[in-house]
Design a protein around this ligand. Sequence first.
Ligand code: MSP
Length: 644
Amino acid sequence: MPKTCEKVYITTPIYYVNDVPHIGHAYTTIIADTLARYSRLKGHDTFFLTGTDEHGQKIEEAAKKRGKSTQAYADEISGKFHTLWDNFDISYDKFIRTTDEEHKKGVQKAFEVMYQKGDIYKDAYEGFYCVSCETFFTQTQLLEDECCPDCGRQTSLVKEESYFFRLSNYEDKLLDWYANNENCVLPKGKKNEVINFVKQGLHDLSITRTSFDWGVKLPKSLNDPKHVMYVWLDALMNYITALGYGNDAKNMAYWNNCTHLVGKDILRFHAIYWPAFLMSLDLPMPKHIAAHGWWTRNGEKMSKSKGNVVNPKEVADAYGLENFRYFMLREVPFGQDGDFSQKALIDRINSDLGNDLGNLMNRIIGMSSKYSNLVIDSTHVPTYHDKELKEAEQILENIESYIYEMQPNRYLETLWKVLTIANQSIATHEPWVKMKEGKTEEAMALVALVANLLAKVTILLSPVMPKTCDKIAAAMHFKIDTPHYQKLYHDKVLLETFTIEKLPALFPRIEEEVIPAKEPVEPAPKKEEKKKVSTDGIITIDQFFETKLKIGTILSAQEVKKSDRLLQLTVDLAEEEPRQIIAGIKEYYAPADLIGTQVCVVSNLKPAKIMGLLSQGMLLAAKDKDGLSLMRPEAPKRSGTPVG
Ligand code: MSP
């Protein structure tokens, strides 16, 4: 979102309708909503898109399982997303469904354009397909028993006629695009992973299927009715069909300034396939593709069978929607994984929101009610509090960069620094003492200082907590709008003389967890099934093979700040995503020397947090008095090759 641009386009991924919404979906949508609201506050003409992804084998099978027609099933689940976003005050301008006729027409048009350009050709496909991930794999990418390297489910061998997109032609163009557009993929660490992936070589992409029906047909001009489009081609096109591509293209002007919010699991589709399709269509590239991390429960992926899926509606109902929005954005640095717990949410509500923000409002009301009959006059603030005003001004000077660099947690942290100045200035200046000493003007100036700082914070917090901020603004009689947004940067003092209204506590303290713990769905292993540990230290071959060792290639390495021992590595195991591994090898290896080298990884170790960073595996190494050596294959092996 460049600061000068008038039209801004923000998108969420479109959600599969094979399952009901969960906390991960809510996270992407809430971040995107915050960006859209911020952009509108700034005065930009903003178009915010969300919707549902309804085609593909996975949806067809999910409907069949429930004995419903695919369309009826898609309508039902799409409706659930629609309702949830309405309940969550998501300020979308359009909710697209890939079953919309206009969308289908737009996709067919795009297919035709790419075909005529010579970027699509017909051939035969032979390979493995994971229905759950809607992704093609080659044999070497699979786990044992032909299981999907991403989700572990069984893949099926697909042999069928298919149209292919010449992705391999776009390798160099993509690398140029990454090189010339610093922030095209965010965060930067993820961008490096994408670049390394492309550098390993791109294969042409199978983009049609013949073995099922539930998809967009090819354009009539191709006269090939047995094919339907690959669901990812269909889905990615939603970003332009929603603006009218292939139909009435009246909103295409938004396309020049687009930010896509996605989860890290679908970054490859967005940062490689999608830009290549756009190049083929001669359309401009997105400005940013920003990938966030995953929400986990106790370090584990959420899944229905584990019974650990967090229902966003349940959390919002229990703790307040806007408290939940604040928590999600503040708790986890963008791009990293975050663990959901009610305790962490309660801490944020009681501490950041209750103590720092709500209490400040109460104190302003309390003091102004005692000293000045609820009237607050800002006239003398610059006389007595130039220092605090300047400090706040400096803090806010660069806060916007955190929005553009997609760091909502830093943005909120920075806003809270202004609240700290406000809270501390009350303690430092003790207005109650001033009142006793008869220094009424000084005491009132302090109250007005604090009210002005709170007003600035309120405006900037409003994209995250719109209704709460509206309440505060209404009580202080100012408006949250573009003129006030601009004024807050230019004028040290935002408010004039006004009467503050009394408000009930904004964030009542929460003493205990509101949502009762659920029983795990997966039965606990029976006693006799538990592994016996032998007393002589001998293990069976089966026990040995419980440890899954694999060859990994190190893609990036950097030092972990404030640690003498640790390096933060990304290691390719031929899974959809490279893994992050935190290894205690800093004393023995320089990060630059590790990049591109191979290691042996314990790949089924339970993920753990080390110095706040998620570690998804362990490297094998031998250490003696002469130092430490990583265990490496004698000759290069493909990433992901099993060891044993
Ligand atoms: N339909 C595709 C997207 C097509 S976009 C052209 C899809 N849908 S999804 O419903 O499976 O996922 C949508 C989004 O939810 C993704 O961004 C994904 O990363 C996010 N999340 C799903 N589970 C998640 C967590 N547990 N945590 C955070 N976000 C995760 O992929």
